[in-house]
Design a protein around this ligand. Structure first.
Ligand SMILES: [Zn+2]
Length: 122
């Protein structure tokens, strides 16, 4: 058996499930576009990440524009609203995380991960 290295914040089990999901016919449609919102704003929605970064987090949601768009094409209004949403986010999560382009599996739809980090005993 050959081994390979992978950079992931997911547990290996979740990572393997995510890789399986990416190979299903369902994947080509944008998961972010079709995901049911936990909360809807005027131009944004908050959705649950079905494949969380569960090696490090206990909760992983995502904040995404309602439109299928990259960050550079966000409108002034969307950017303004995002700043307001961020205030709401800051109270509920420990971290806002954005993957670099090479790590993004859905580069065509801007998304930021909202994480509650696992507590550890020291
Ligand atoms: Zn999309």
């Amino acid at each position: 058996m050959t081994t390979q290295k992978v950079k992931t914040l997911r547990t290996l089990e979740t990572h393997t499930n995510y890789e399986k999901y990416q190979k299903t016919p369902k994947f080509p449609t944008c998961y972010i576009c079709t995901a049911k919102p936990i909360k809807t704003y005027k131009g944004w929605k908050k959705i649950e990440n079905e494949f969380p970064y569960d090696e490090v987090d206990t909760k992983n949601d995502m904040i995404v524009p309602l439109r299928h768009t990259i960050e550079d094409d966000l409108t002034e209004e969307e950017l303004r609203e995002f700043k307001e949403i961020k205030k709401d986010i800051n109270d509920k999560y420990d971290m806002i995380l954005e993957n670099t382009h090479k790590q993004k599996s859905i580069p065509g739809h801007f998304h930021l991960h909202l994480l509650q980090i696992k507590e550890r005993e020291i």
